[in-house]
Design a protein around this ligand. Structure first.
Ligand code: CAA
Length: 287
């Protein structure tokens, strides 16, 4: 049995990248003590910078004041030692999207945390069941898939692995709700709900551009104004990161076949190092 929500005090986050730092931030904003771990101090420092930038935006729109910002930052401890997650009640893993890496982390975590700690993974496409198979206590593993940017996106996808227990799923829903998020549940099928549907949409937008259906601006405008999405497929791909889109598409392609084949232009852009907003150029250019 995992803990109930009222017993959760400290949250561990493995990975201080875009997703990990966002998860650490929303947990601290909800009042939890947080331990954010990455493998190098530079990554931890950069995670804190991302959090501070985001909190500054909340301050700028008067959602929080400077004192609350300082309190949130104080509640987050950074570390490079996984062993520092020993007293966590919930751990969310947001490391590289590689099965071996995740399985190793879960195996290490199982030896570090107590048996009532919920072990969640933020994976966007990998199988929860396969990740969980690396440990003995598989029933406490669930998917807790946050959306980017975590501090502003309301939705969280809860993924039920083959062995996930009812109490682990219940805690995952309650924890996400306590962070101010709204949840939906997906079975452990490739891409779950969000990426299974989003990635073909993005790839089709890229193919439409590559095949000269319309300019990139018109493809994005057409989808924004024509279907009421906040951003079209090419802009959204740039925001997510083209490398992440390609990796997710490749996983889906491998599992689900040709209808998920990544667009050729997506592969070429990633090969050229044009990964979107984070590198200053993807389908568009950024300052
Ligand atoms: N932290 C805090 N506040 C933030 C923020 C952050 N990281 N990012 C944006 N904001 C705030 C801004 O400060 C701004 O606040 P005000 O309105 O008070 O000025 C507000 O959000 C709007 O921001 P912007 O005007 O700068 O930018 P925007 O109009 O593009 O809106 C957004 C931001 C709502 C996130 C919008 O870009 C959007 O909807 N993006 C699409 C996000 C999306 O679809 N995410 C899912 C990706 S798929 C995924 O995550 C799954 C996966 O596994 C790949």
């Amino acid at each position: 049995m995992v803990r109930t929500l009222d017993e959760v005090e400290r949250v561990g986050v493995v990975g201080a990248g875009t997703m990990g730092s966002g998860i650490a931030q929303v947990a601290a904003q909800a009042g939890y003590d947080v331990t954010m771990r990455d493998i190098e101090q530079d990554f931890v420092d950069s995670g804190f910078e991302t959090i501070e930038d985001s909190l500054d935006r909340f301050v700028a729109r008067d959602s929080i004041d400077d004192e609350e910002k300082a309190g949130i930052l104080d509640r987050i401890e950074g570390t490079t030692a996984l062993a520092d997650l020993a007293d966590c009640d919930v751990v969310v893993e947001a490391a590289l999207e590689e099965m071996d890496v995740k399985q190793d982390i879960f195996a290490d975590l199982e030896a570090i945390v107590d048996e009532e700690c919920l072990l969640a993974t933020n994976t966007s496409t990998l199988s929860i069941t396969t990740i969980a198979s690396a440990i003995d206590s598989e029933s406490r593993v669930v998917g807790l898939h946050f959306m980017n940017p975590v501090p502003v996106m309301e939705g969280v996808e809860i993924v039920e692995g083959e062995k996930s227990s009812a109490d682990a799923l219940e805690l995952a829903h309650a924890f996400a709700a306590d962070l101010g998020k709204t949840t939906w549940e997906s079975d452990d099928k490739p891409g779950f709900v969000a990426n299974r549907i989003l990635m073909p949409w993005i790839n089709e937008g890229i193919r439409a551009f590559d095949e000269g259906v319309a300019t990139k601006e018109d493809i994005d405008t057409g989808m924004e104004l024509g279907t009421n999405v906040p951003m079209g497929p090419l802009t959204l791909a740039d925001h997510i990161g083209l490398d992440i889109c390609l990796h997710a598409s490749e996983t889906l392609h491998e599992e689900l076949g040709d209808r998920y084949k990544p667009a050729y232009l997506l592969k070429r852009k990633v090969a050229a190092g044009d990964l979107g907003k984070k590198t200053g150029e993807g389908f568009y250019e950024y300052d």
